[in-house]
Design a protein around this ligand. Structure first.
Ligand code: NAD
Length: 317
């Protein structure tokens, strides 16, 4: 149970990756300011988290079962918390989907929205009314840079994150009145099981229904570019956890939070040209014309972003 003065943090999808890293970092806070309710669909998958939490497990971190796709599970989980009191809700659970749209079933697409969008809606609907009543709270979402700009062959995943960004941007305005804050964390590539699982699945798939030319672009341009981006620019789950903790501890938590400085100018491209043609054409060239030299471009971009650009980043916010 949370001690006097500790802030109760509920995090979804903590059995791996970013959720696990955030849970551990907050639970191991030197000043013990947080009591973490780390949730996952199946507690049989708790071992990695328990091991990483070390002696924080049972003291500042406890586990609960929660499936963001089930109304009943969400209700049961929140009702099991003392006074239903949650100070910070971190919506992290998410699934990816990659491939040509014409080869993906509508059921598969709906499943992505069910987790990435309706999962967040379900959690917010359950937790927000109590926060409003208490006039205090912070709702966070692990979104993505793909929620700010579309990336080829990630169409449905991007759409699910755009939808979440839209929902939260509208809520952020209403909730200011109730002293409830809303923040989006927008990572670029992060090396977790998420991408590994996706790439393994994708490399085995046939994508029936897609024409040979599209499949050729997908396999020879998109996939190698992705691998290079993750290798060259991928952050660690701990990097994302650090940004998340910093946002939580900020006296005025920003709404939008890119975690990778390289993406600041890429996102700013959209705001520099109201027709959005500039970003569409830039992404086109990056994918189809620069694919072959991507590993070199990634190194140059990395050098620039961590030196000159980091100090002079143009921010859409
Ligand atoms: P991950 O696969 O390691 O973690 C996702 C977690 O969500 C898993 O633990 C999974 O079990 C859980 N989950 C899936 N469906 C669930 C459900 N219905 N109920 C509860 N939990 C469920 O991947 P990750 O990279 O740590 O992803 C975490 C979040 O970060 C996701 O929302 C993802 O969209 C976002 N993100 C990831 C990257 C990346 O490159 N890895 C980049 C940007 C954003």
């Amino acid at each position: 149970m949370a001690a006097e003065g500790q802030r109760v943090v509920l995090i979804t999808g903590c059995s791996s990756g970013i959720g696990l890293a955030i849970a551990v970092m907050l639970a191991r806070d030197e000043r013990k300011r947080y009591y973490v309710l780390a949730t996952m669909r199946d507690l049989k998958r708790k071992d990695k988290l328990v091991e990483a939490a070390g002696d924080a497990y049972g003291k500042t971190l406890s586990l609960l079962t929660l499936d963001v796709c089930s109304d009943e599970s969400v209700k049961q989980c929140v009702n099991s918390i003392k006074d239903r009191h949650i100070d910070i809700l971190i919506n992290n659970a998410g699934v990816g989907l990659v491939g040509p749209v014409e080869a993906i079933s509508l059921d598969n697409m709906k499943q992505v929205f069910e987790t990435n969008f309706f999962g967040v809606v379900r959690m917010i609907k359950e937790v927000m009314p109590d926060m409003k009543r208490r006039r205090s709270g912070h709702i966070m979402v692990i979104s993505s840079v793909l929620g700010l700009h579309g990336v080829a062959f990630n169409d449905v995943y991007s759409a699910s994150k755009f939808a979440t960004e839209g929902l939260c941007e509208a809520l952020a305005i209403q909730l200011l009145q109730f002293n409830v804050k809303v923040s989006m964390i927008e990572p670029g590539p992060v090396n977790t099981e998420f991408e590994l699982k996706l790439m393994t699945e994708v490399s085995k798939k046939e994508f029936a229904g897609a024409d040979p030319e599209t499949l050729h672009h997908f396999r020879t341009c998109y996939l190698p570019t992705q691998v290079n981006l993750f290798k060259g620019l991928g952050q660690t789950p701990e990097d994302i956890a650090k940004v998340t903790k910093k946002v939580i501890e900020s006296p005025r938590p920003p709404f939008r939070n890119l975690t990778n400085p390289l993406y600041t100018p890429i996102v700013a491209l959209k705001y520099a040209d109201e027709t959005r043609s500039l970003s569409v054409h830039t992404f086109y060239h990056m994918l189809y014309n620069l694919g072959g030299v991507m590993h070199v471009s990634v190194r140059i971009m990395k050098f620039l972003s961590f030196g000159w650009l980091r100090r002079r980043a143009i921010s859409p916010t």
